[in-house]
Design a protein around this ligand. Structure first.
Ligand SMILES: Cc1ncc(COP(=O)(O)O)c(C=O)c1O
Length: 391
């Protein structure tokens, strides 16, 4: 019987051996075999069937990480999902697997700032050059492609400013020029959008956010197609970037309710967006306004929207924006997002980085809100009282 993903999430990975609903945490460095022959047999099986979970040492994983990888592979509809200790570990592994000295990367200008720092600053020491492209101008991709371009790195929507890009057009430019593609899909997760199905070679999700859902664990996933599988497998072996079983257990537990939580984040975020869209001093950075370019590009590829949004606030009085943020009572101030709770952050230069195509005038400030699972009427009342401080 083919089950919908919602049903699959609730019923998969029961532990029939121990009669527990959730698979147990299996911790191991050393794995004991019956004999040397048994070790060799397992190694041979692993070579023949690298996705089968035939492990001879803890760094390859245990049944706990194997189960999580299988669940995510089904969600992504990918060839395989590699698990990493953090979401940024998955960004690093994606790039490290494919790019070599002398190569060039085309990266979306509004990427998560550590991704920008990795490509813009750190990789130059290894002879790898990065050119940032304008997310709303595909000609800035085309004109910067050279014989050395190895990878187009997309993040959709962009961190901070939430631009949506025309993804299938980017993929077809890449394919035409024999360039590989990766996307950071943390905002939507494959519940709302499946990048590998669309044609991306790799797709990254920070499992720290919606997958775990409770702001108490870190992890990352890197979904791949068959074409790049071997390169990533080799790079993961070399780097030792592996997720531990305790974190994998918590992420599997969180995934049981991924659909329920994301549907509710979306419902709450839409109510907050409806309220904010009436405020003339605030420009909402969220796919809400029908007819806008970002809305059209979101609708073209996504079946839903998560709880993370941005606000562009125009005022000469920067302090009053900080006062608005500091006056929120139900929103925590802190990094990350995707947990059950609402969060707020003023997005200064240290958060948004040294952007080339940042569409922000001198008097505009950026605020990011994560809309959690509280009662949306309480959140709206809280934002309303905080906005009174805007001058
Ligand atoms: C869009 C995006 N990608 C990747 C990451 C990195 O994930 P992690 O914090 O799990 O390393 C983050 C973290 O905030 C993020 O917002």
């Amino acid at each position: 019987m083919s089950k919908s993903f919602k049903t699959f999430l609730k019923h998969t990975a029961k532990d029939f051996h121990n009669h527990s609903v959730n698979p147990p945490v299996v911790r191991a460095s050393t794995i004991i075999f019956k004999s040397m022959n048994d070790i060799r047999r397992t190694q041979a099986k692993n070579k023949r069937d690298p996705l089968g979970g035939h492990f001879d040492y803890g760094r390859q994983g245990t049944s706990t990480t194997h189960i999580l990888s299988k669940i995510l592979t089904r969600l992504e509809e990918s060839y395989h999902v590699f698990l990493t200790p953090t979401g940024f570990g998955a960004v690093f592994l994606a790039i490290f697997s494919l790019v070599r000295p002398g190569d060039e990367i085309l990266t979306a200008d509004p990427v998560y700032n550590p991704t920008r720092m990795l490509t813009q600053d750190y990789l130059t020491d290894f002879g790898i050059k990065t050119i940032f492209y304008n997310p709303h101008d595909l000609s800035s991709i085309k004109k910067n492609i050279s014989k050395k371009t190895k990878l187009i790195f997309v993040e959709n929507p962009g961190s901070n400013t939430f631009e949506f890009q025309d993804l299938s057009k980017i993929i077809s430019i890449a394919k035409k020029n024999k360039i590989l593609t990766a996307i950071d899909n943390t905002w939507a997760t494959p519940y709302f959008f499946k990048p590998i199905k669309l044609g991306f070679d790799m797709s990254i999700v920070s499992a720290t956010k919606y997958y775990s859902g409770h702001s108490d664990v870190m992890g990352g996933s890197l979904a791949v197609n068959k074409k790049v599988f071997k390169q990533v497998e080799k790079a993961q072996k070399i780097t030792g970037l592996r997720l531990g079983p305790d974190d994998a257990y918590l992420i599997t537990r969180g995934l049981r309710t991924l659909d329920v939580r994301l549907d509710k984040h979306q419902e709450n975020a839409k109510k907050v967006a409806a309220f904010l869209s009436k405020n003339k001093k605030v420009k909402l950075l969220y796919p809400y306004k029908k007819g806008s370019l970002n809305y059209k590009l979101w609708k073209k590829y996504y079946s839903g929207a998560s709880g993370l949004m941005g606000l562009k606030i125009k005022t000469k009085n920067k302090k009053s924006v900080i006062k608005v943020v500091n006056s929120l009572k139900l929103f925590g101030y802190g990094y990350s997002w995707g947990g059950f709770e609402s969060l707020a952050l003023h997005q200064g230069k240290s958060e948004r980085g040294n952007r080339k195509f940042l569409n922000l005038s001198k008097d505009e400030r950026l605020v990011r809100l994560h809309i959690g699972l509280e009662d949306p009427n309480d959140l709206i009342a809280d934002i309303k009282q905080a906005l009174r401080h805007l001058k």
